[in-house]
Design a protein around this ligand. Structure first.
Ligand code: NAD
Length: 306
């Protein structure tokens, strides 16, 4: 089978001056895409700015024979990043929302600034950049969007309440963008990476750190963004050359009353607790309509006494 290529496509990668974003930018460029290498070039806690990080990646892409332009805007000014793509290449096809910072503190010590900065870069930045690209995608009836979440968001992690809430917020954002984009061939998926970078150098054990090359995740992100990939609205976890889909499941649950005229007591809840929380027969519901449908069939069961 032929190689998967991105000739003629314009890709915006935010936070592409280092780590995962750099690996994505280099891979897309090596497969023929024109790349906007966005990076504010600040510190890991959201301080400062510099053009060096983005420039170095653009230089590397050009040295390898590829096409790229640097953009130094913060993702909170997402419309400026998309303008860079349109001004330089006349189009944009793929958006990788990847820029990120950390301001880790135990929950009780988080300041408003720690909360606002982390939410602003991850959640608002992805919103602003995606919202700027969306009308372009709609007009051309084509677009691929990646949101970057984290296991910290899916499962929680000590000292990361600000970060984990923003990261799970991105899953909610992706869920709805995937629904609203579908009819215009705009697909939106979430990547949950674990990789060696400056964000994880003091968190991951050194032997594991050496195994977790960002380059091992980049092909997963690139495939999700290829025109031949029909995946939409999924969460894909990837690390160390492994990838798998994550999802939310719902327990079969328990009816807490026998007849429609019955009330529910606290004791009914207690007595059914092991069934309520039993996920051995859990199902994935594909949509909010499925969730409402499942509720309706429980109520039908109640009414018919089955
Ligand atoms: P990294 O620090 O190496 O790269 C992030 C880049 O984003 C930096 O170059 C930084 O300058 C840039 N950036 C920060 N704020 C910006 C802003 N406002 N506008 C534009 N650019 C900005 O980190 P990484 O590990 O490669 O992380 C990339 C993404 O993956 C982040 O969203 C991070 O939260 C997420 N993530 C990483 C891991 C991991 O294991 N490395 C795990 C889960 C999620």
């Amino acid at each position: 089978m032929a190689d998967l290529r991105f000739d003629g496509r314009v890709v915006v990668v935010t936070g592409a001056g280092a780590g995962l974003g750099k690996a994505y930018a280099l891979l897309f460029a090596s497969r023929g895409a024109k790349v906007v290498v966005n990076d504010l070039g600040g510190g890991r806690h959201g301080d400062g700015s510099s053009s060096k990080a983005a420039d170095a990646v653009v230089d590397e892409i050009k040295r390898n024979g590829g096409t790229a332009v640097a953009d130094y805007n913060s993702v909170v000014d997402g419309e400026k990043i998309i303008k860079t793509a349109l001004d330089n290449f006349g189009r944009v096809d793929i958006l990788i929302n990847n820029a990120g910072i950390l301001r880790d503190k135990s929950f009780a010590k988080i300041t408003d600034q720690d909360w606002d900065l982390v939410h602003s870069v991850h959640l608002k930045g992805s919103f602003k950049t995606t919202q700027a690209a969306f009308p372009v995608f709609k007009k051309q009836n084509y677009g691929r969007i990646i949101m970057t979440a984290s296991n910290s968001g899916l499962y929680g992690n000590f000292g990361q309440a600000n970060y984990s809430s923003a990261k799970l917020g991105l899953v909610g954002l992706a869920n709805t963008v995937a629904i609203e984009g579908r009819k215009n061939n705009i697909f939106c998926n979430v990547i949950v990476p674990t990789a060696a970078s400056r964000l994880t150098e003091d968190i991951l054990p050194p032997d594991l750190y050496a195994e977790l090359k960002p380059e091992l995740i980049a092909p997963v992100v690139a495939y999700l963004c290829h025109e031949s990939c029909q995946e939409n609205g999924s969460i894909i976890e990837s690390a160390a050359g492994w990838a798998g889909r994550c999802t939310i499941v719902r327990a079969n649950g328990s009816l807490l009353r026998r007849r429609p005229e019955d009330d529910v007591s606290i004791e009914n809840v207690r007595d059914n607790w092991s069934i309520i929380r039993d996920i051995s027969n859990a199902q994935r519901l594909e949509s909010i309509q499925d969730a409402t449908g499942a509720l309706m069939s429980s109520l039908d069961g109640l009414r018919s006494g089955t």
